[in-house]
Design a protein around this ligand. Structure first.
Ligand code: ADP
Ligand code: ZN
Ligand code: ZN
Length: 813
C-alpha cells in the first residue's frame, strides 16, 4: 500500500503536508491534483511526494483525482517546497502559484436525508432543528450555503452537525462548477440552399434591403460566417440577422473558438541582426553556457547583462532564445508589467511567429486558462509575461530571461508568498538545468554585487547600438532649486525648465514632465538650504505624522516636534514638500496655457487599456506635454520627445529607506533614457534641492559605476543588504496600543529565542509604526530583523494571526 504527502488547500495547513492512503485501484503521481477529506470537508490538494510510510498513524484515503494529468512538474514541486521554506509562506500558497488559472475550486457541501429517518419521532427535536429538517425534506437536497442563508451561518452549521450526529441528515460534497468557459463566437449560416437564398433576397428587395443584402452576402460564402464579419460586410446590425432567423432562412450558432491574446495581423517575421562586437561576445558566453548545461555539466548559469537602454540587450535575448530552440528547449521571458505592451510582444512574436504565448494578469481568466493549457502541451517556444509567468508550465525549460531585472514589480508584495522572481528563477533554473539572463541598464545593487563577486557572470554592453552618426545619451542638466528661490522664482518650474518647455513646444516637439509622487508631503525640507531632517541613529528621513504633528523615525520610533526654523540655516522657510500629479497639471496649465496636456498616473490608468490610449494620443501628437509618475519612466519610445523634466528628484530620495538612493538613481536613469530616442536628440532637466547627492550626480552623468561604488560603500558601512539580510515583520490591528504591545511582545520573544540559541549576528530594530502607519482603518507596527539565516530562525517561532512576515523586503517603508 502507498501513501501520498499532500499539500492541502486550507489555511490550517500552513507549511506542512498531510499523509493520505492511496486507495487500491487509484493511480496517483507526484504533482497530481486530488480531492482529500480534511476535517469534515473535502478539499483540493496536490500530491507532493509518494511514500511507503505515512508521517502519522491515522491516515484517511484520497477521495479521488481531480485531473488525470499531473498539474505540476516535479521541478515545480521542489520549487514550491523551496518557496515555502525560503519565504515562510503556507505550502499551498506556493503550490497555487503554479496551478492552472481558475483551478482553485471549493467543494460544496450538500445536506440530504437518509431513508431510515422516515418514522423518526420529530417531537424530540427543537423547533429550529425541525425547521431545518423541513427545509431539507422539501427539496430533497440542499446546499449548506442555502441553509446558512436561511438560518444564519453559525446556527446552520450547528444544527446540521446535530442532525448528522443523530443520523437524521447526511452530508455529501460536489465540486463548485468551473468558472472558465470556452469562448464562443456567433456564426451565421444559411438554412436554405444558396439559390433559394438568392431568390428570397430578390423578393425582399425594396421591402427590406438590408435583409436582402445579408442573404446575398451569405449566399456568396460557402460555409458559416462569423456574425461580426457578416454585419461588417453588409453594414447592418444584429436585428437584421434576427429577422432572417425568424423567417427560417438563416441560422445563428455559437461556435467555440481559441482565444488568441496575440493578434498576428500586421506582424511580419523578423530575422536575426548582425551583432556588434560587444553583442557577439556576450552571446558567445551565453551560447557556451547553454551547450554546457545541455551536455549535463553544471557551470555558472546566471548572467547579468548590463547595458544602457538601446545597447541591444533585447536582440541578445532573441538570439539566445533561438539558440535554446535549436537545442530542443524552450524559454520564458519576464518583463515588468508595464513593459508588457504590444510593441514588446510584437518584437518576440515577429521573431518566433505563432510560437509565443503571453501570460498577463490583465488577460481574462479564460484567455489565461487557454494559454496555460497550450503552454503545458508544449505548443510555444517562448512564454512572455510579467512576474507570475516564471511559473508557466513550459516543458523542457532552457532559458529564463528577466528584462529590467531591477524592477520592483518583480517582488510580490501584496500577498503571500512574498517571493522575488529573480531568486525564484535562479532556483528554478537550477532545478531544471536552465540558464538565466538578468538584463538591466541599472542593475539592482545586490545583483551587481553578486556579479562582481563572480556568483553571476557579468556581460557588458557599454554603448548604444546607434545608426552611423550615433545619437549619444541625452544631456542632463541638474537645477538647484535653492537658487530659484533666492532669485525670487516661487513657481515649481525653474527658469531653465520653463524656457526649455516653451522652446520645445514652440518647435512642435513634445515634453514629458515627471514626478515621483510616492512619499509626497510626508517629510519636511528647508526651502532655503534644502536641509531634510533625519534620524540621528538610523540615517533615514523622519516622517511627518499628521495626527500628532510630530516627526517620527520609522525604524527606531524616535520622535521630535516639527521645528519652526531650519536647524542648519535658521530660515523659517521650512515646509512640507510634495506636489501630486494633479497639482502639477494645474500648475502647468497656469504656466503654459497654450499647451495641450495629458496626465498619466495610476489614478487614470486603472482601466484595462487606458494607458495604451493615453500613450496612443501622445504618440499621435494630440498633446504637447505628458505629465506622470514613475510609470512613464518605463519602456516608452517616443521620437518627438526632446525634453524630459523631473519636477522634483527629492521625493524618492527622502523616503525613510536604505534603498532610497538606489531607487532614485534607477528612476532618474530611466527617465533620462526616455529623451532623445529620435533623430531630434534630447535633453533632460532634473530639479532638486540636493544637486550634490551621488544618486543624482551619477544619473546625470549616466554613470552606473559611480553610483554603485558609492552605494555599496554605504551599504557595507551601515550593514545593509547585500552584506546582511533583512526580514520585516508587520503587525496590523484596529487598536493602535494593542498593536504596539503585540509588537513589543514579539520583540521580547525573538530576543529570548535568539539569545537562548546563541545567534550572534541577529539584530532587531523597532518596533516602530510602519511608514504607512494606518491602512484601511488598521494600524501597523513594524519590527525589522537583520541577520544571515532569518527564514530558518523565524520558522521556529510561533507567529500569530495578524503578522505579515516579509523575507528580503524590497524596502522598509
Ligand atoms: P535594449 O534592449 O538594450 O534597449 P535593443 O535590443 O532594443 O536594446 O536595441 C536597440 C535598437 O537597436 C533596436 O531598434 C534594435 O533593433 C537595434 N539593434 C540592436 N542590435 C542591433 C544590431 N546588432 N544591429 C543593428 N541594430 C541593432
Ligand atoms: Zn535651511
Ligand atoms: Zn531612527
Amino acid at each position: 500500500m502507498g501513501y501520498a504527502e499532500v499539500s492541502v488547500n486550507s489555511p490550517v495547513a500552513q507549511r506542512r503536508t498531510f499523509s493520505y492512503v492511496i486507495p487500491s485501484g487509484l493511480s496517483v503521481e507526484v504533482g497530481q491534483a486530488v480531492w482529500v477529506p480534511f476535517g469534515d470537508k473535502l478539499l483540493q490538494g496536490i500530491v507532493l511526494e509518494l511514500t511507503h510510510y505515512p508521517a502519522v498513524e491515522e491516515t484517511r484515503e484520497i477521495d479521488g483525482v481531480i485531473e488525470p494529468r499531473p498539474v505540476l512538474f516535479p521541478a515545480h514541486v521542489s520549487l514550491a517546497y523551496w518557496i515555502s521554506q525560503h519565504y515562510l509562506s503556507p505550502l499551498f500558497d506556493a503550490v497555487a502559484l503554479m496551478l492552472p488559472p481558475g483551478f482553485e475550486r471549493k467543494a460544496l457541501t450538500f445536506i440530504s436525508i437518509p431513508p431510515i429517518s422516515d418514522n423518526f419521532d420529530l417531537s424530540s427535536l427543537t423547533p429550529k432543528q425541525r425547521h431545518a429538517l423541513e427545509l431539507v425534506q422539501r427539496q430533497g437536497k440542499v446546499s449548506l450555503g442555502k441553509l446558512e442563508k436561511a438560518l444564519g451561518k453559525k446556527r446552520a452549521q450547528t444544527i446540521v452537525a446535530q442532525l448528522v450526529r443523530r443520523g437524521l441528515a447526511v452530508r455529501s460534497y460536489e465540486v463548485e462548477p468551473i468558472k472558465v468557459r470556452p469562448k464562443t463566437v456567433p456564426y451565421l449560416y444559411l438554412a436554405v440552399t444558396a439559390d433559394e437564398a438568392r431568390q428570397e433576397a430578390a423578393k425582399l428587395q425594396g421591402k427590406a434591403n438590408k435583409q436582402a443584402s445579408l442573404l446575398d452576402f451569405l449566399a456568396q460564402h460557402s460555409g458559416p460566417v462569423p456574425l461580426a464579419e457578416a454585419r461588417q460586410g453588409v453594414n447592418c446590425d444584429k436585428a437584421v440577422a434576427d429577422a432572417l432567423v425568424s423567417k427560417g432562412l438563416v441560422e445563428l450558432q455559437q461556435v467555440e473558438v481559441k482565444r488568441e491574446p496575440i493578434s498576428y495581423q500586421g506582424i511580419t517575421p523578423s530575422y536575426p541582426l548582425t551583432l556588434t562586437a560587444a553583442q557577439e561576445s556576450a552571446l558567445k558566453s551565453i551560447q557556451s553556457s547553454l551547450l554546457q548545461v545541455a551536455e549535463g555539466h553544471t557551470s555558472l548559469t546566471t548572467f547579468l547583462l548590463h547595458g544602457v537602454t538601446g545597447s541591444g540587450k533585447t536582440e541578445i535575448y532573441l538570439q539566445a532564445l533561438a539558440e535554446v530552440v535549436k537545442l530542443g528547449k524552450r524559454g520564458i521571458v519576464l518583463v515588468p508589467e508595464i513593459a508588457l505592451t504590444p510593441q514588446t510582444i510584437e518584437r518576440f512574436a515577429s521573431r518566433f511567429p505563432h510560437k509565443v504565448a503571453v501570460l498577463h494578469s490583465k488577460l481574462s481568466l479564460g484567455e489565461q486558462f487557454d494559454e496555460w493549457q497550450r503552454i503545458r502541451n508544449g505548443e510555444f517556444d517562448v512564454v512572455i509575461g510579467s512576474r507570475s509567468a516564471v511559473f508557466a508550465p513550459q516543458p523542457d525549460l532552457g532559458l529564463i530571461v528577466i528584462d529590467e531585472e531591477h524592477e520592483w514589480t518583480y517582488k510580490q508584495q501584496d500577498k503571500s508568498p512574498h517571493y522575488h522572481v529573480r531568486d525564484v528563477a535562479i532556483k528554478l533554473a537550477e532545478l531544471t538545468g536552465a540558464v538565466v539572463i538578468l538584463g538591466s541598464a541599472t542593475p539592482d545593487v545586490e545583483t551587481f554585487y553578486h556579479a562582481q563577486r563572480g556568483d553571476y557572470r557579468l556581460l557588458q554592453l557599454p554603448e548604444r547600438v546607434t545608426p552611423s552618426e550615433g545619437s549619444p545619451l541625452p544631456q542632463v542638466e541638474v537645477v538647484d532649486l535653492r537658487d530659484e528661490l533666492k532669485a525670487g522664482n516661487r513657481s515649481i518650474f525653474s527658469r531653465s525648465l520653463s524656457q526649455a518647455i516653451a522652446k520645445a513646444v514652440a518647435g512642435g516637439e513634445q515634453v514629458i514632465l515627471f514626478l515621483n509622487r510616492r512619499g509626497a508631503a510626508s517629510f519636511i525640507q528647508c526651502r532655503n538650504c534644502g536641509f531634510v531632517l533625519r534620524c540621528r541613529r538610523c540615517e533615514v528621513t523622519l516622517t511627518h505624522h499628521l495626527a500628532e504633528d510630530v516627526l517620527v523615525c520609522h525604524h527606531c520610533n524616535y520622535k521630535m516636534p516639527v521645528p519652526q526654523i531650519c536647524p542648519r540655516c535658521l530660515s523659517r522657510r521650512i515646509k512640507f514638500l510634495g506636489v501630486g500629479t494633479q497639482k502639477l497639471e494645474q500648475e502647468a496649465s497656469y504656466a503654459f496655457p497654450q499647451t495641450r496636456r495629458l496626465r498619466w498616473d495610476s489614478d487614470v490608468t486603472k482601466r484595462k487599456y487606458s494607458h495604451h490610449e493615453i500613450l496612443g494620443k501622445f504618440r499621435a501628437h494630440e498633446a504637447d506635454i505628458l505629465i506622470g509618475t514613475q510609470m512613464i519612466a518605463k519602456g516608452l519610445d517616443l521620437p518627438l520627445v526632446t525634453l524630459v523634466g523631473v519636477v522634483s528628484a527629492d521625493t524618492g530620495l527622502n523616503l525613510p529607506d536604505f534603498r532610497a538612493g538606489e531607487r532614485t538613481f534607477q528612476l532618474l536613469s530611466q527617465v533620462a533614457g526616455r529623451a532623445g530616442r529620435g533623430t531630434l536628440g534630447g535633453r533632460v532637466i532634473i530639479q532638486t534641492y540636493s544637486p550634490e547627492h551621488y544618486a543624482i550626480q551619477a544619473a546625470a552623468k549616466h554613470d552606473y559605476a559611480l553610483f554603485y561604488d558609492r552605494e555599496i560603500t554605504y551599504r557595507r558601512r551601515l550593514h545593509n543588504p547585500p552584506f546582511t539580510r533583512l526580514a520585516s515583520l508587520v503587525y496590523t490591528h484596529t487598536n493602535d496600543a494593542l498593536c504596539q504591545r503585540e509588537a513589543e511582545r514579539m520583540k521580547r520573544l525573538l530576543i529570548e529565542e535568539r539569545d537562548s540559541q546563541g545567534i550572534a549576528d541577529l539584530s532587531l530594530i523597532g518596533p516602530a509604526p510602519a511608514f504607512i502607519h494606518r491602512l484601511r482603518g488598521r494600524f501597523r507596527w513594524q519590527l525589522i530583523l537583520r541577520g544571515s539565516e532569518l527564514a530558518a530562525f523565524l520558522s521556529q517561532i510561533p507567529v500569530p494571526q495578524g503578522w505579515t512576515v516579509d523575507i528580503d523586503p524590497l524596502g522598509l517603508v
